[in-house]
Design a protein around this ligand. Structure first.
Ligand code: 4AD
Ligand code: MG
Length: 477
């Protein structure tokens, strides 16, 4: 039944051999040429039909979107655009696709329209290319870490702790929402809930990964994470996949070296292994850019941009240096930024990050040593007492793609910090244990997988690089 894939067939030398192929009809031209695709490659196989040899009703069923099987002979193609084609001798319709109702017609559909048809959009060239790249990037992520002595660690999805301390969590409960048990104060009594305590979907596997790094040495997570932040932007999802390596005996410099090497390696992997899809996406982007004003067009085409990032050093800049640059830059002085930078300590918004990357340095930037006040509780305090060993990797067109740090390994300093922030020691007793028993310098980071896929594919909206996006007011499918 399965036969050969279109990809295999297109790489086969035509010797008049019998072949069998299954796929979905992309187009059917002149009642004669079927462009068939099965998702194995961006390219279609052309199947040539002599309609006189088939039932009229069968020919009528060959419409865009129909699933069919073609048996025939593989020959050198007479036409341009492909090397081989199938001369059909036998046709089977697996499933018709009513031409009046099937939404994915061979014409340009907007991405907004296709988001409403997320169950069918993978049958377009753009989405199939993006999803194949997503798959290749996942493979590259695992390959990189597995080849470099890391162990794949599965962090729990349901947790009791808020790793980032931002309070943006989805609650997990088995209580009846209509009549939950109440305590003496009239609050919901989570002691009676499934886990006997409040639990949430994880925002990050980091804290648990730290425990495992302090035993396995080098670990990484690669799994879904959840954030109930109400950010309706082209870079935020409520459910996204994060890659979080965590390494014992790594300081911040080792951490930055790893992040840079890792990102470059996975980009090289797709440059080497996904050429056809990248070429298609690059062309798509160039077409899209033609409709933009000159100033908004990027100066590099997709593949050139990926190669540039893979081959050049990232610029490493301290937060303090970055603030000096931003304070004196044109858009700040001319009040063009939405959030003006006037003081050390200001949190950086994506407009500032993108200015640094796209206008000032014109390359990926790693910012480090941020003010303690704007970063999470677990980051290691510097000797100056006001900055922490944090690092963010900033990318052109994306902004922050990685956030990480060296972790606070000193028990008293961590306890002090938790006290300042009102984090109960009982909640994180086990995390404090890691500092009591065999503590050591350690570091890690989190890379937002969809932001990486966005960068590698040139897709502008994060909703278009994950199969079924979850965003505020949207969990269809
Ligand atoms: O900077 P963040 O919040 O860092 C952490 O969660 C750390 N615990 C990671 C660590 O050190 N192990 O998130 C890490 C990355 C961001 O840089 C961004 O790329 C991505 O996760 N990210 C999101 N991606 C899509 N949608 C969202 N809502 C995201 N929030 C963060
Ligand atoms: Mg961050």
């Amino acid at each position: 039944m399965a036969g050969m894939s279109v990809k295999e067939l297109l790489g086969t030398a035509p010797k008049q051999q019998e072949v069998e192929i299954n796929g979905w009809v992309r187009t059917f031209r002149s009642n004669r040429f079927i462009a068939l695709n099965d998702g194995s490659t961006i390219n279609n196989i052309q199947c040539v039909v002599d309609f006189e040899n088939f039932d009229e009703s069968l020919i009528k069923s060959i419409t865009t979107g129909a699933a069919i099987q073609v048996k025939g002979i593989l020959v050198e193609s007479q036409g341009r655009g492909q090397n081989v084609e199938v001369q059909a001798s036998d046709l089977v319709i697996h499933g018709e696709a009513d031409a009046d109702a099937y939404p994915i017609q061979p014409k340009k559909h907007s991405f907004e329209f296709l988001r409403e048809k997320a169950h069918l959009r993978v049958r377009t060239n753009t989405f199939s290319a993006v999803m194949r790249l997503r798959s290749a990037l996942s493979y590259a992520v695992h390959t990189y870490f597995q080849q470099n002595g890391f162990y794949y660690f599965h962090a729990p999805i349901i947790t009791g702790s808020d790793a980032e301390g931002a309070g943006e969590m989805f609650r997990v409960t088995a209580l009846d929402p209509k009549s939950p048990p109440l305590d003496d104060k009239g609050d919901v009594n989570y002691k009676e809930d499934f886990f006997g305590k409040e639990t949430n979907l994880t925002v990050s596997g980091q804290l648990e990964a730290e425990a495992y790094a302090m035993g396995l040495g080098k670990v990484y997570t690669f799994g879904p994470t959840f954030r109930a932040e109400n950010s309706n932007t082209s870079r935020h999802l409520a459910e996204f996949w994060m890659i979080e390596p965590e390494m014992a005996f790594f300081d911040l410099n080792d951490n930055m070296d790893l992040a840079e090497d890792f990102i470059k390696w996975v980009l090289k992997y797709v440059l080497d292994n996904c050429q056809e899809d990248l070429a298609f996406l690059e062309k798509r982007l160039l077409d899209e850019e033609k409709s933009k004003p000159q100033a908004e067009r990027s100066d590099m085409a997709l593949i050139e941009k990926l190669r540039f990032v893979a081959d050049n050093d990232f610029k490493r800049v301290s937060y303090t240096e970055a603030i000096a640059i931003l304070r004196n830059c044109k858009p700040n002085k001319k009040k063009k930024f939405e959030y003006l930078i006037d003081e050390w300590g200001a949190d950086l918004q994506s407009e500032h990050e993108r200015y640094l990357v796209e206008k000032h340095f014109k390359c990926p930037v790693i910012l480090f040593d941020y003010p303690a006040k704007i970063k999470a509780f677990y980051m290691r305090l510097n000797e100056d007492g006001k900055t922490v060993r944090a690092m963010d990797v900033l990318f052109p067109g994306i902004g922050e793609i990685v956030g990480g740090s060296q972790r606070e390994e000193r028990l008293e300093v961590l306890q002090q910090k938790m006290q300042e922030l009102g984090i109960e020691e009982e909640e994180l007793w086990w995390y404090l244990d890691l500092r009591k028993f065999g503590t050591a310098v350690h570091s890690g980071f989190g890379l937002g997988f969809e932001r990486l896929v966005q960068f590698a594919t040139g897709m502008g909206n994060i909703r278009d690089v994950i199969p079924f996006p979850r965003t505020p007011q949207n969990a269809a499918f």
